[in-house]
Write a protein that binds this ligand. Structure first.
Ligand SMILES: Nc1ncnc2c1ncn2[C@@H]1O[C@H](COP(=O)(O)OP(=O)(O)OP(=O)(O)O)[C@@H](O)[C@H]1O
Length: 534
């Protein structure tokens, strides 16, 4: 539809050219220009309306394309294994997705219709010129034949440079983000000059690559303008000589002033879609570089969407039989894992760092990959790519906190929870010990990433979330890592109370926590798990 509007705008230009040509010719012959003026006026109207409608339609198509791509990417990548979106790099990756998908708009709204118009538009003008003077049409056609080769050369060169430029942009934003996040550390290690130099280097690279793209763009525009000018000049010389009657060769056509003027006004329009297309190469190059990177993310990130199973009505038995778990396409990091975790019991996963405790927990929410063996939830099987997230409350090693009040931070565990529910969860998790009324209670504001809270205080907010969520399975990763012995003892009591109605699985290095559990599964780097009663 957008293309049709653009073609209608070109047809409007044909009417304008015809109207001016015939109007001027009539005036030259001493007649009123009535008919010519009328056709030209209609042409102006058609061209204006069609161009306006075309722009709106194409802009809408571009925006729809961007919105759809963004929604699909966020959906796929946030459900992808390995926590591709949702980990520490979430912010920068979100910014990259928004940035990259925005570049796809140029392809849909500008390049694609521009390319179609560059084929259909000149044909339309050529036919219109041919009806006035066939030799001018031939001259235009011959000169346009060299252009496809030139466009192909420019396109391939610009695409490679656009990829390099986007990689440089990524490198600069990554370098900047990591340095900004660690500015205190950099100052402490007296690394300001060194890091400034690294940023300067990254921004110089970006500048050089941007200039390289601009050079190709300027060169290609200059070459195109040269061909277009020569061709229009040839047409003008031919028409001028022909009208003066001094053209030295027989061409088999007679030319009136009206025909000559119409063809002359149409000649520049013949090149206009091709000129426009050449200025759109960066849209195509940016979009194809962006699409290449986005699809590489989809390929690289183990992006098979995770299927969330329906919430379980009650706490289930979790039965692992000879299970191997891994990340992405890599080899298993846990093998031969066999144990059973029952409702009402706390099952601990212990073992040295890197033995795979967190991996076992994350496999239940579809983050880590189930390579082989069987995981049963009651009578049902958990298959590779499936997640029990809807039935799980998860307390991770470093609870994620957002800017906002403590209340808002707890409430994200159950959108729609009442203030009373949130207050109960906060009280039970011991949050009121540090968020008392003198500090604003639950309306106390947390800084970005919870800056200003101790590790133990963060852990309590995570516990409050788990309490509010009230899921039948509770997974905890090092929940007592930041607690002093008294706080740990208090936490263990709460954990026991929670376990009465839940299946609790906890990864830990803490001896006190292991002693408080019902069963302990010891993972070893050699992947020979042992299971024992506590
Ligand atoms: N997101 C991930 N992507 C790829 N490999 C991972 C990922 N997370 C963990 N691993 C790898 O899986 C192995 C087990 O790691 P895991 O975090 O499960 O160990 P852990 O026993 O919980 O360690 P810790 O006690 O230090 O928390 C390690 O070799 C680790 O490198």
């Amino acid at each position: 539809m957008g293309l049709l509007c653009q073609l209608a705008a070109m047809a409007g230009w044909i009417a304008i050219a015809w109207g001016i040509g015939h109007g001027v010719s009539a005036m030259a012959a001493g007649r009123p220009p009535g008919m010519g003026l009328l056709v030209a006026a209609i042409g102006v109207l058609v061209r204006g309306i069609a161009a306006w409608a075309g722009d709106i339609l194409l802009a809408r198509a571009g925006q729809t394309m961007v919105n759809t791509a963004r929604a699909d990417l966020f959906e796929t990548l946030s459900n992808a294994g390995a926590g591709w979106l949702g980990g520490a790099d979430t912010g920068i990756r979100t910014a990259q997705i928004i940035d990259r998908t925005a570049k796809l708009e140029g392809y849909t709204a500008h390049w694609l219709p521009g390319m179609r118009l560059a084929v259909a538009g000149p044909v339309l003008i050529l036919i219109a010129v041919a009806t006035q003077t066939w030799l001018s049409a031939v001259l235009l056609m011959v000169s346009v034949m060299v252009l496809p080769l030139f466009i192909w050369l420019t396109a391939s060169e610009t695409a490679a440079r656009a990829r390099a430029q986007q990689a440089a942009l990524d490198s600069l934003s990554g370098a900047f983000q990591s340095r900004a996040a660690q500015s205190g550390l950099i100052r402490a290690f007296r690394g300001i000059r060194r890091e400034t130099a690294a940023l300067e280097e990254a921004s110089n690279q970006l500048r050089d690559r941007t200039m390289a793209i601009l050079r190709v763009a300027f060169l290609s525009t200059a070459v195109l303008e040269f061909f277009a000018s020569v061709s229009i000049a040839l047409v003008a010389v031919y028409i001028g000589f022909k009208l003066l009657g001094v053209f030295p060769f027989g061409t088999g056509e007679t030319l009136t002033l009206a025909e000559g003027l119409t063809a002359l006004i149409l000649a520049p329009e013949f090149f206009s879609p091709i000129r426009k297309l050449s200025s759109l190469h960066h849209d195509r190059a940016d979009a194809s570089a962006a699409a290449g990177m986005l699809s590489a993310w989809l390929d690289r990130s183990d992006a098979v969407p995770v299927k969330k199973l329906s919430p379980l009505p009650s706490a289930p038995a979790l039965i692992f039989e000879d299970v191997s778990l891994g990340w992405g396409d890599g080899s298993p990091v846990v093998s031969g894992l066999t144990f059973e975790a029952y409702p009402g019991k706390v099952t601990a996963l212990s073992g040295p760092s890197g033995s795979g405790k967190s991996t076992v927990l994350l496999a239940l929410i579809g983050r880590a990959r189930l390579v082989s063996g069987s995981v049963r939830i009651g009578a049902e099987h958990l298959n590779t790519g499936e997640s029990l997230a809807e039935s799980i409350a998860y307390i991770g090693q470093t609870p994620w906190l957002m800017e906002g009040t403590i209340r808002e931070n707890i409430a994200i565990a159950r959108p729609g929870a009442t203030d009373a529910d949130i207050a109960d969860a906060a009280r039970e998790a011991g949050i009121l010990d540090f968020a008392d009324d003198s500090r604003g209670g639950l309306d106390q504001k947390l800084a970005r990433f919870g800056a200003g809270l101790s590790g133990g205080q963060r852990q309590r907010i995570a516990l409050a979330r788990a309490l509010l969520r009230s899921a039948p399975i509770l997974l905890m990763d090092e929940p007592t890592a930041h607690l002093d012995p008294d706080a740990e003892a208090g936490f263990l009591q709460k954990m026991k109370a929670l376990a009465t109605s839940r299946t609790v699985l906890v990864a830990t290095h803490s001896d006190a926590l292991i002693r408080a559990c019902d069963t302990v599964v010891r993972l070893t780097p050699q992947n020979v798990p042992e299971v024992s009663e506590c």
